[in-house]
Structure formats: C-alpha cells, structure tokens
Ligand binder design. Structure first.
Ligand SMILES: NC(=O)c1ccc[n+]([C@@H]2O[C@H](COP(=O)([O-])OP(=O)(O)OC[C@H]3O[C@@H](n4cnc5c(N)ncnc54)[C@H](OP(=O)(O)O)[C@@H]3O)[C@@H](O)[C@H]2O)c1
Length: 292
C-alpha cells in the first residue's frame, strides 16, 4: 500500500489526483474527512481516505496498516518538525519501509537563515537517522505562491513585492506532483536528495510582464520594502509567525540575486518542465479577478 499525507493541501492533493488520473490505487491520510469530501477527494477512483493526525501516533493505526512507502507532506507551520518526526517514528513502528519526504530548498541560500528550510533539514536529518529508506524531494518556490497576489493584481494592476531586481526560478506544483507520483509508485532513488526548480530564472519585472501577457492588461511590478510587505501581509490577516518566516526568506533571497535552474529531476522522471507562461494560462481567470 502507498500512502500520501497532507492530502487536503496543495501538494498532497495534486499527488493524490495524479494517482487517480493514472488509475493507480493509493491511500490518502487526511486530518478532517469533511474537508477532504468538500475537496472531492472521496470521489476519486482508487483513493482510500483515512482520517488521522500525524502528530498523534495513537490515531495512525489504520492509516499506516500495510503501508510500504509514504509521501510525507505537512504544511509550513510552527509544529512542522514535531509533526513529521512523530510521524516518522510511527511509520517505523508500523513497518513502513521507505519515506519520501516532501521537503523544500532555496538553491544557493543558507538553509539555516529561514525557519522552514531549517526545519526541513532537521526533519531530513531525523529521517536519515531513523534507519528507514529515505528520499528527499526538494522543490524551490512554487509558482502557485503568486496566486496569493492574484486578488491585488486584479484590483490594482500591480505586483507589489520586496524582491528588488533578484531572480527566482519557481516550479509548478503540478510538475512536482508528477514526480512525486512516479517516485511513490515505483520506489527507488533511496538515499537521494532531488532538487527541483522551474525552467527559467525570472525577475519580478519578468513575472509582471508574463502576467500582463496572460491576462491582456498591463501589470506593473512595484518594488516595496520588506517593512511595507510585512504590514501588507499582516493587514491581509496572515499569522505573525508566517509573516516573520517570509521576512527571513526575503532577507536571504536578497543576498542571492541570481537564481539557479535545476532541471535534472524533471529529466530523470520524464516530466516536461512547465513554463511560467503555461502556468499563467491555466490560472488567467484568477489573475484577471474572474471567479474560478
Ligand atoms: N511555499 C513554497 O513555495 C514551498 C516551496 C518548497 C517547499 N515547500 C514546503 O512544501 C510543504 C507542503 O506545502 P503545501 O503548500 O502543500 O502545504 P499545505 O497546502 O499547507 O498543506 C498541508 C497539509 O498538511 C496537512 N497537515 C498538517 N498537519 C497535519 C497533521 N498533524 N496531521 C495530518 N495532516 C496534517 C494539512 O491538513 P489540513 O488541511 O487539515 O490543515 C494539509 O493537508 C511544506 O512543508 C512547505 O514548507 C513550500
């Protein structure tokens, strides 16, 4: 049996949908079955939903029964390391053989300076010391992060970010899901760390230009300071912890103006890298302010 956790979230859901689309059976661990049903996961052929909490070993019996390999995902939250390390212990006790850790990286920057890359490294170390077979899937920034800006873009015609003239190489979460599906289905790649970025290094001027082309209206990149960004995110209602984390990430990114493009994982799994333009074409309605 193959298990995907975090199945109501962005990446877990895409991975589970990839299993269903390919007619491959899998189990999906969800914290709340009602939320999973609202997302339509209960209607996916071949997908078995099991409710459990990764942080509470006592709830994990049915989710881990007969499982050989797991794609381990939980969200960027203050308890991410505790959640995943508890879950690794439970996997070991239940006889799981191989954990594919959905990790994260900012190629070229210091992982210790941003709390989520720091936590991902802690979890990777813990998993490597567990005696289980492991693979780390390490994507860079998701293209989907720009959907958070879609409302502002649609209402103001501006993309307001504190990234000066640095470049980033965002990757489409749909590409990651295709790789994650193949990795979980077929196994192998034990003891490997698989970095993934998108196919192009893009400045925010490039990104605003691509959005303008996709929606047929000019979108201007407005350089704001990290303090302005902070105030705007807090005003949007984001939790202070998460805003602090993004501050750390921005500080680190500004030290590394050139983005790496790492295409080896896409190539190894035969997944064609989605360009930012292609991603925008799929999501043009959101960036135009139309209901999706
Ligand atoms: N943002 C980026 O650009 C980026 C780049 C690279 C890597 N990453 C990493 O990617 C990972 C996944 O991100 P994502 O966007 O897919 O996350 P997400 O959409 O926030 O989803 C997280 C999922 O984990 C589940 N979860 C959290 N705690 C749980 C628990 N105790 N028991 C069971 N399920 C639990 C959530 O369930 P509920 O729905 O019930 O809350 C949700 O399904 C994160 O670790 C992040 O650090 C992010």
């Amino acid at each position: 049996m193959l298990l995907v956790t975090g199945a109501t979230g962005l990446n877990g859901q895409l991975a589970v949908r990839e299993f269903a689309r390919n007619g491959s059976p899998a189990r999906a661990l969800v914290r709340d079955c009602a939320k999973a049903r609202a997302a339509g996961l209960d209607r996916l052929a071949g997908i078995e939903l099991v409710e459990a909490d990764m942080r509470r070993a006592a709830t994990l019996g049915a989710a881990l029964a007969g499982v050989e390999r797991v794609l381990m995902i939980s969200g960027a939250a203050p308890d991410m390391a505790e959640t995943q390390c508890t879950f690794i212990d439970a996997c070991k006790a239940a006889g799981v053989r191989h954990i594919i850790k959905f990790s994260g990286s900012e190629p070229g920057s210091d992982p210790t300076r941003f709390r989520f890359t720091r936590m991902h490294e802690e979890i990777e170390d813990y998993l490597e010391g567990s005696g289980l077979a492991w693979t780390h899937l390490r994507p860079s920034q998701f293209m989907q992060v720009y959907l958070r800006e879609a409302h502002d873009i649609a209402t103001t015609g501006t993309l307001r970010l504190p990234f000066e003239d640095i470049a980033l190489s965002p990757v489409d979460a749909a590409d990651i899901a295709r790789v994650a599906y193949l990795l979980l289905r077929d196994g192998g790649h034990e003891g490997e760390s698989l970095e993934m970025t998108g196919p192009e290094a893009l400045t925010m001027d490039d990104i605003a230009g691509h959005i303008s082309t996709a929606i047929g209206t000019t979108v201007a990149y407005v350089r704001i300071t990290p303090d302005e960004r902070r105030r705007e995110l807090l005003a949007r209602g984001l939790p202070a912890y998460f805003v602090d984390a993004l501050d750390e990430q921005t500080e680190e990114r500004l030290k590394n103006p050139v983005a790496k493009v790492l295409a080896a994982t896409h190539r190894m799994f035969g997944v064609r890298p989605t360009s930012f333009i292609e991603f925008l074409q799929r999501h043009a309605a959101a960036f135009s302010g139309k209901p999706t």
